[in-house]
Ligand binder design. Structure first.
Ligand code: UD1
Length: 444
């Protein structure tokens, strides 16, 4: 494939984003799956590594970058800052030599919260940054207070005016200062922002009650590969000793644990034995534990390959928590599975305040679910019926596809702009496993 420089979102999405967002998925349920599916690079890692590349005034090469709308949006943000990007398959070359740290446009930042992660690297490298506040999203308000408080602790003055964050570091060298930071909550984004900012700060920074997600470890490894000094990533205390500059890097993004978990649930919900390759079992400990509690077996076949052996599905309770707790990004998919599991289950969503909107869509298919605050009480039923349903957020769209794979008859999933943000080629991957699933454009 030829190299291509990225100028716009459409360069990375085929067919065009508009066509895709008007399309729907038609799924005919109850087809058994078989075979192997290969997992793509992790969306959430790739996004933050792209932001992290702003730390470096030399060439960065990222491998295993998935083709997703969110990646295209992040590419647009970087391009608007002056970064030169070239994508060749899943390899993304990033040249952030000559960039303007104040040029991030509101319309894209507002569509992609992760683009706010640019605040830390830009401030660390240039001593100044201007970036729009990201605002809320489909699953909750998602404030950035912890990011900002941490940057202030490192010596930044931050002013929020007309929805724009202006941050500056005073002093002759405009350099952030190492600090002791305690996060009130182990926020993934705040940990990432502050970790990146601290790589170029003067002195030592510690982040206590840090997030421990695999994507944090991936970011730390990426920064270490550029010459950063970071210790303890993956634990709740991260220490960063600032360095003067970072150098070029060639780095492969970890596999997407949420995509891997979603396919394991696809096997479980259709009672199918499948293998999932490029999946790291250590990143999936809570997901595997819950699949086993529900009645499936997971066999580690080595070389990052997991085999799902289906079983009779039974109820279990799930509470979402920061890593290594059960991931909120797998909550909706497990709800679809528990709709078919014999007995009564409770799912408690503790991470985001508005992440149970798929309940109404699953009910439309015949699921027996009651909502009480942030708890969903699920009574397993013998079958669901295919129905037209609407995606309410990214992971909800995956849950509706999973429900459709196991339901009787035809399910139509609308609102695919959510799905296309985060699942690379999902319908082709499912079709290769034997699912009857088609993307069609609906005529009005
Ligand atoms: C990241 C992931 C997202 C995942 C989430 C939790 C990316 C691009 N996204 O999102 O897929 O669902 O982690 O695993 O990596 N909070 C505050 N104040 C703050 C920051 C966060 O109150 O300053 C709250 C949020 O509103 C939310 C909770 O903390 O209720 C968790 O958010 P956080 O861990 O920051 O998630 P993100 O980094 O936004």
């Amino acid at each position: 494939m030829e190299d291509k420089t990225i100028n716009s979102i459409s360069n990375l999405t085929q067919p065009s984003t508009k066509e895709r967002s008007q399309s729907v998925l038609e799924i005919w349920g109850r087809n058994p799956l078989q075979g192997n599916v290969k997992i793509s690079g992790a969306k959430n890692s790739a996004l933050v590594l792209m932001a992290g590349s702003l730390l470096c005034p030399k060439d960065c090469r990222l491998r295993n970058v998935p083709s997703l709308v969110d990646i295209s949006r992040m590419s647009q943000i970087l391009t608007s800052l002056g970064v030169k990007l070239t994508k060749n398959g899943d390899v993304l070359d990033i040249d952030a030599r000559d960039i303007n740290p104040t040029a991030a446009p509101y319309d894209i930042v507002s569509q992609l919260r992760a683009s706010f992660f640019a605040v830390g690297p830009l401030l660390a490298r240039f001593g100044t940054v201007k970036i729009p506040l990201p605002g809320g999203c489909d699953i909750g308000a998602r404030p950035v207070k912890l990011h900002i408080q941490g940057l202030q602790a490192m010596g930044a003055s931050v002013l929020i005016e007309s929805g724009i964050v202006h941050a500056d570091v005073k002093g002759s060298n405009r350099r952030l200062q190492g600090a002791k930071i305690y996060l009130d909550y182990p926020s993934v984004g705040a940990t990432e922002t502050l970790l990146m900012a601290a790589t170029l700060a003067e002195g030592e920074t510690t982040i206590e009650n840090a997030a421990q997600e695999p994507e944090i470890v991936d970011l730390a490894n990426f920064c270490i590969a550029m010459g950063a000094k970071i210790y303890g990533a993956g634990t709740n205390k991260i220490t960063i000793v600032g360095v003067d500059r970072l150098h070029s890097v060639d780095y492969a993004v970890i596999p997407d644990r949420i995509e891997a978990g979603t396919f394991l649930v696809a096997g479980a919900i259709t009672h199918s034995e499948i293998t999932v390759s490029s999946a790291i079992a250590d990143h999936l400990v809570p997901v595997i534990a819950k699949l086993e509690a529900i009645g499936c077996r997971i066999i580690n076949e080595g070389e990052n390959c997991l085999r799902l052996i289906p079983g009779e599905l039974k109820a279990t309770d799930i509470e979402t928590l920061p890593y290594p707790g059960f991931p909120t990004d797998m909550q909706a998919q497990f709800m679809a599975l528990l709709c078919f599991s014999e007995g009564n289950s409770v799912i408690s969503e503790t991470v985001f305040e508005n992440r149970l909107r798929h309940v109404a869509e699953l009910q439309r298919m015949g699921a027996n679910i009651r909502l009480k605050g942030n708890h969903a009480l699920i009574q397993g039923v013998p079958f669901l019926s295919g129905a037209p349903v609407m995606s309410t957020d990214l992971r909800a769209s995956a849950a509706l596809i999973l429900a459709g794979l196991a339901a009787q008859g035809k399910t139509i999933v609308r609102g695919l702009h959510h799905l296309d943000r985060g699942y690379e080629d999902i319908e082709n991957k499912l079709r290769k496993l034997g699912a009857r699933i088609e993307r069609v454009t609906e005529s009005n």
